[in-house]
Design a binder for this molecule. Structure first.
Ligand code: AMP
Length: 285
């Protein structure tokens, strides 16, 4: 079993002895309800650091929708077993009072410019403020060398990298590619709330992104975005956006020549569950 810590005090004693022995520490923040996408992050982290810490903390400040927060799955026992299956070292499961104590002002007041005005930021106001707040707070507490995050949340890791740069933090961000099921559906804790039929239908997101990738050199970008929205709506989704963006600044692109790094990002509701995904259309050179 991974060693479980509910307070930073006890975790830090352990980590400190490893630091003194020159060991490097990778940190994987999660909100729990672990699946094999999260396990990929642990496995990647194990390749690049000596010690791996995963946190499970359902962060209230990144939920703009109270209902979404209440419905977020909490499965600590199963999570612990899964973490054990890949040999995780330390599991940190703090209380809200440790992350947001009354006597510490954890707000960041970091201007994210246009990065949080689009896509998730547009549909979930305040979300990235909450993400930056919790990631910075966790980084301050855990004091890792490498932060490991998933490509599944494209806007999230882009904004976290921006925060690291702006605040001149020494931590290195390592991004792990999205783990999908055999039909292409990106693994997500939220998939657990879909019916079997919903899970099948949800693969339309992947197929739509693949279609866009195949046609990116053939059709106008706007047409491809519109096609994506229509295809998802037709399949029974309530799509919020299908947006083709510059992977560096997350702003919409009108032509492929705008950037050497282009990504399609999607958010759509299905069976009352909000799903997001993305696919790189043009890889950075
Ligand atoms: P969450 O618990 O959903 O907040 O996710 C915790 C971390 O796992 C984030 O860095 C996510 O981007 C990452 N993650 C979630 N799903 C996947 C996936 N299917 N493949 C790779 N990473 C993922």
């Amino acid at each position: 079993m991974p060693e479980i810590f509910n307070t930073i005090e006890s975790l830090d004693i352990k980590l400190d002895s490893h630091r003194r022995n020159g060991k490097t520490i990778a940190f994987v923040p999660t909100m729990g309800a672990l699946h094999s996408g999260h396990l990929e992050l642990i496995k990647e982290a194990q390749k690049i650091a000596d010690i791996v810490v995963m946190s499970i903390f359902v962060n209230p400040t990144q939920f703009n929708d109270k209902n979404d927060l209440l419905k977020y799955p909490r499965t600590i026992e199963a999570d612990t077993n899964l973490a054990q299956s890949v040999g995780l070292d330390f599991l940190y499961i703090p209380d809200v009072s440790e992350i947001y104590p009354d006597n510490v002002d954890t707000r960041l007041n970091l201007d994210l410019g246009l990065l949080d005005k689009v896509m998730e930021g547009e549909f979930r106001p305040g979300h990235f403020e909450g993400v930056c707040q919790v990631v910075k707070r966790l980084l301050d507490l855990v004091q890792c060398d490498i932060l490991v995050m998933g490509q599944k949340d494209f806007q999230q890791f882009t904004i976290v990298q921006y925060m690291i740069d702006q605040l001149k933090l020494t931590v290195k961000l390592h991004v792990v590619k999205t783990k999908r099921d055999k039909n292409g559906l990106a693994l997500s804790s939220r998939n657990a709330r879909l019916t079997d039929e919903g899970r099948k239908k949800a693969t339309t997101i992947y197929r739509t992104m693949i279609y866009i990738k195949k046609n990116i050199d053939l059709k106008p970008i706007q047409d491809l975005e519109q096609y994506g929205m229509k295809r998802l709506a037709k399949a029974g989704f309530n799509p919020e956006y299908v947006t083709i963006v510059n992977g560096y600044d997350l702003q919409k692109v009108k032509t492929l020549t705008t950037s050497d790094y282009i990504v399609v990002c999607v958010a759509a509701w299905l069976e009352g569950v909000r799903l997001i995904d993305n696919f790189v259309l043009k890889t950075k050179s």
